[in-house]
Design a binder for this molecule. Structure first.
Ligand code: SAM
Length: 298
C-alpha cells in the first residue's frame, strides 16, 4: 500500500469520529513514529510504499483511534514543558493547564532567588502521575530537592522511568495522601521530632465531580485512569483540605502552596484555604479563561 492510499483510508475511517485537523495531526504523528517520515516527505513521495510490517502497525493504531483511544496512549508518549514523557493507561495525560502551573512555580522561584541567589529549595508534588510536574521542575530549578507521591504503584513506575529519561533526580514514594498524618515519611530521622519542611508543595489532585462526567469527552472517560480524575460529588475538595492541613504542618514559613483546581470550585477552594489560615491566596485563570490555579502561603 502507498502512503497516499493509506492516508485516504485513514481519513475515511476517522471522519465520523474526529474533525479533519485532528485526523491530520494523528496521521503525521503516526507516520513520523512508525515510518520516520516528515510531512514534507509525504508531499514529495506520495507513492512511498509502506512495508507490510509497518502497515500492520499503522492499522492497529487506526483501529485504536477509531475507538477514541488518545494518541498519547497509542504512541506511549507525549511532551510536557518541552520534555519527553512516557504515558500509559495508569497515568493521566499531562495537560497544557498543568504546564501553566509549572510556569507559575518557576517564575515564583525566580522571585525567591532574586532575593537569595543560593537558596536551596525543597519541593513536594502530591499525586504525581507521569511525574510531569516534579521532573519539569527539577530540570528547570537548580539546587532543588524534589519529592513526589502517588497512591498508584503503576503510575510511579512510569514516573520513575520518566525521571531517568529526563536525567532528573526525583525521590518518589508510594503513599495514600488521604491516609497520611504526616509527610515525615521523607525523612530518615526516625528518632527525631523534627518536622520535615518544604519550600513548595504542589498538587494537581483528582478534582472532577461525578456530576461533571457528562461534560467529559469519551476519549478521556473511557481511557484515562478514574483514580486520577474523579472525586465524590458531596466532598469535591477532599484532596485540597487534606493537603492544606498537611501543608500547614510541613510548609516552611516562607513557603508556597500551589494547586491546580476544578474550574467550577475556585471560590470554594479559596474559601477553604482562607478558613485554614492561608494568606495571599491568588486564583489564576488558565489559557482557556477558566479558574485553574491557586497560590497561597502561610
Ligand atoms: C489529576 S492526576 C495528576 C497527575 C499529574 N500530576 C499531572 O498533573 O498530570 C492525580 C493523581 O493523583 C493520584 N492519586 C489519586 N488518589 C491519590 C491518593 N489518595 N494519594 C496519592 N495520590 C493519589 C492519581 O493516581 C493521579 O496520578
Amino acid at each position: 500500500m502507498t502512503i497516499k492510499e493509506f492516508k485516504n483510508n485513514f481519513i475515511y475511517q476517522l471522519s465520523p469520529v474526529y474533525p479533519q485537523t485532528e485526523i491530520d495531526t494523528f496521521f503525521f504523528y503516526l507516520i513520523e513514529e512508525y515510518l520516520n517520515l516528515q510531512r514534507i516527505d509525504i508531499t514529495l513521495q506520495p507513492n512511498f510504499e509502506i512495508s507490510s510490517e509497518n502497515e500492520t502497525l499503522l492499522n492497529k493504531a487506526l483501529a485504536r483511534l477509531k475507538k477514541e483511544e488518545p494518541i498519547q496512549y497509542i504512541l506511549g508518549k507525549t511532551e510536557f514543558y518541552g520534555l519527553p514523557f512516557h504515558v500509559n493507561r495508569h497515568t493521566l495525560i499531562p495537560r497544557p493547564e498543568t504546564e501553566e502551573l509549572v510556569e507559575w512555580i518557576i517564575s515564583e522561584v525566580k522571585e525567591i532567588r532574586t532575593n537569595n541567589q543560593t537558596k536551596s529549595l525543597s519541593i513536594l508534588d502530591i499525586g504525581t502521575g507521569s511525574g510531569c510536574i516534579p521532573i519539569s521542575l527539577k530540570v528547570n530549578i537548580d539546587n532543588s530537592t524534589i519529592c513526589a507521591i502517588d497512591v498508584s504503584e503503576e503510575a510511579l513506575k512510569i514516573a520513575k522511568h520518566n525521571s531517568d529519561l529526563n536525567n532528573s533526580l526525583v525521590q518518589f514514594l508510594n503513599l495514600d495522601i488521604l491516609k497520611a498524618d504526616s509527610l515525615n515519611v521523607f525523612t530518615k530521622k526516625t528518632t527525631s521530632d523534627e518536622i520535615i519542611k518544604f519550600n513548595i508543595i504542589v498538587s494537581n489532585p483528582p478534582y472532577v465531580r461525578n456530576l461533571e462526567k457528562i461534560e467529559i469527552k469519551n476519549n478521556v472517560l473511557q481511557n484515562e485512569p478514574h483514580l486520577a480524575l474523579f472525586v465524590e460529588d458531596d466532598n469535591p475538595l477532599i484532596f485540597y483540605t487534606k493537603i492544606a492541613d498537611l501543608a500547614k504542618k510541613h510548609l516552611s514559613s516562607d513557603g508556597f502552596l500551589f494547586f491546580e483546581i476544578n474550574q467550577y470550585l475556585g471560590s470554594q477552594t479559596v474559601g477553604m484555604l482562607h478558613q485554614k489560615g492561608f494568606k495571599n491566596i491568588e486564583l489564576r485563570k488558565d489559557l482557556f479563561g477558566n479558574n485553574r490555579m491557586i497560590k497561597a502561603n502561610l
